[in-house]
Design a protein around this ligand. Structure first.
Ligand SMILES: [Zn+2]
Length: 199
């Protein structure tokens, strides 16, 4: 399988998560400009997902991950650092998930492979990791976080709301203030003030 198609598979698996899950691709961290490959917000929590492919299998023994005789430490650290950076922007716990596109050992639905706070999974079990019951987010919290993500990260592509609608910027009639609201308003009542940057 070509590299591009394996990565596309991860992209599509994430996009297949249904509302109230909200998925963003290719966000950029404020200040550092570091890339956030995928950010998933759902009732099961907030996840930073990075997909990695190697020429050799990735082997997890105890709490250490190796690939081709080398420690995966730097890769794990980077994912953990980026999750911490997103946490500081959104103010909620963000879990880092490393989706390994090379063979992963062990690999099964019973195995939770956590190395330095970062969970390793294969593409096969990725959806399960993201939908597994854990620290939950209420629907209201999720709707607000989805709006906050758009305000803080300003993604270029579609801006999904947790209700399945789209978040759009509107001007409030009374005072002209810019608000991020949902296309399903008034059914969905998210309204997050946006500081519009001058172009
Ligand atoms: Zn909505």
């Amino acid at each position: 399988m070509a590299l591009a198609s394996a990565e596309r598979e991860v992209h599509e698996a994430l996009d297949a998560l249904k509302a109230p899950f909200v998925v963003h691709h290719d966000l950029v961290l404020p200040r550092t400009g570091a890339p956030v490959e995928h950010l998933v917000l759902g009732p099961t929590g907030v996840f930073l997902v990075e997909a990695k492919r190697y020429a050799n299998p990735v082997i997890v023994r105890g709490r250490v991950a190796h690939c081709g005789g080398r420690s995966m430490g730097p890769v794990v650290d980077q994912a953990a650092r980026r999750a911490a950076a997103v946490r500081s922007v959104l103010g909620v716990e963000v879990r880092a998930v490393l989706c390994v596109l090379s063979p992963l050992e062990p690999d099964g639905k019973r195995d939770r492979l956590v190395v330095d706070g970062v969970e390793l999974t294969s593409a096969r079990w990725l959806t399960r990791v993201l939908t597994r019951k854990g620290t939950g987010l209420s629907y209201e919290a999720l709707v607000r976080l989805a709006a906050l993500t758009v305000v803080r990260f300003a993604p270029k592509e579609r801006r999904p709301c947790a209700c399945g609608g789209d978040l759009v910027v509107r001007r409030r009639k009374s005072d002209g203030a810019a608000l991020l609201t949902c296309s399903r308003h008034p059914v969905c009542r998210v309204a997050e003030p946006v500081a519009l940057r001058s172009a």
